[in-house]
Write a protein that binds this ligand. Structure first.
Ligand code: GLV
Length: 326
């Protein structure tokens, strides 16, 4: 009998992480490149010590009840809105995430979307590929200037903060709104200005979302908020889809209340509001904010180490519900 912890993994992770898990645990896993059903996850976790899962796996109390001896749910993501934390805590199950390692990579993606939607890169690419381009023209595909524009950051956690030097590298003026305001010294050294949310929406040329998804941030941007934004404003969302009322965003885009959006996340992934598939003023990416080889490997190793530690009875390094160890 092996004394290695038993772990169930819901989908293949990068090679280095797979090697780590194969060496240090008795690993069972989803062998196919697809989401598992709820029933399959419940079946998979029977008899194991730890579950290593993805942001696309919705882990509720019913799943947790399938294995009363489960010690940990290790999420391969920094966000953990897919896990019922209260239920896990009530069952004394540790929940972990992967903070820090994807900060810069996700900020890069937000900035890529910002530049893309401003300068109509994806739209131009489609135009060229359809052989529609007949040569340079002075009024073709005119976009918005990024340099010297005002960027409003909603949320100033790790990823939001990481947007600041990127924006300042493009000589942007940076406003922010956050649950807790920075100290005047921090604001001065970062060269950012605090605004109430409505004021930020009124003043920004670009609005980028960097808050976590929870009950307070669900539909933080809806019809009222879009009506406050400038008609030339562009929205960037690399955080979570449900922070934006997607139907209200479509209406705002259709009516010209805002000019465009660069999106990586959606309310009902992988489905988008149908109009979004057709809109040329919207850039749509398939939730790949943390998607680089280096970052996904770091996330995988971090999730694996969290899972292994909790399975061995140690406090995992990136614990979301510390009450379990109190
Ligand atoms: C990705 O969306 C994450 O939360 O890590």
């Amino acid at each position: 009998m092996s004394d290695k912890p038993k772990i169930f993994l819901t989908r293949e992770l990068p090679p280095q992480t797979m090697e780590l898990l194969q060496n240090q645990s008795v690993l069972t896993m989803n062998q196919e490149d697809r989401y598992l059903t709820k029933a399959e996850i419940m079946e998979g976790i029977r008899g194991v010590d730890g579950l290593l899962c993805l942001l696309t796996d919705s882990i509720d109390d019913e799943i947790l009840a399938a294995n009363p001896a489960l010690k940990v749910v290790a999420n391969f993501a920094v966000g953990f809105n897919n896990i019922d934390i209260e239920a896990a805590t009530a069952r004394n199950i540790a929940v972990t995430n992967t903070p820090g390692v994807l900060t810069e990579t996700t900020a890069d993606m937000a900035f890529a979307l910002l530049l893309d939607v401003a300068r109509r890169v994806a739209e131009g690419d489609r135009f060229v590929r359809t052989r529609a381009w007949e040569g340079w023209g002075p009024l073709q595909f005119l976009g918005a200037d990024v340099s010297h524009a005002t960027l409003g950051l909603i949320g100033l956690g790790r990823i939001g903060k990481s947007m600041i030097p990127r924006a300042q590298g493009f000589s942007m003026n940076v406003l922010y709104w956050n649950r807790t305001r920075l100290t005047p010294d921090e604001e001065a050294s970062l060269r950012v200005t605090y605004c109430e949310l409505d004021e930020l929406l009124q003043q920004s040329d670009f609005v980028s979302l960097h808050v976590a998804q929870n009950a307070e941030t669900r539909h933080l941007l809806g019809a009222r908020e879009f009506s406050l934004m400038k008609p030339e404003a562009l929205l960037v969302n690399t955080a979570r889809g449900p922070i934006v009322d997607e139907k209200a965003m479509v209406t705002a885009l259709e009516s010209g209340q805002i000019a465009g959006a660069g999106l990586d996340v959606y309310e009902q992934e992988p489905l988008l509001e149908p109009e979004l598939y057709e809109m040329d003023n919207v850039v749509v990416a398939p939730h790949l904010g943390s998607g680089t080889i280096g970052t996904r490997t770091k996330m995988g190793n971090m999730a694996a180490e969290n899972c292994l530690a909790a399975c061995r009875g140690q406090r995992p390094p990136n614990l979301v519900n510390p009450q379990v160890y109190d």
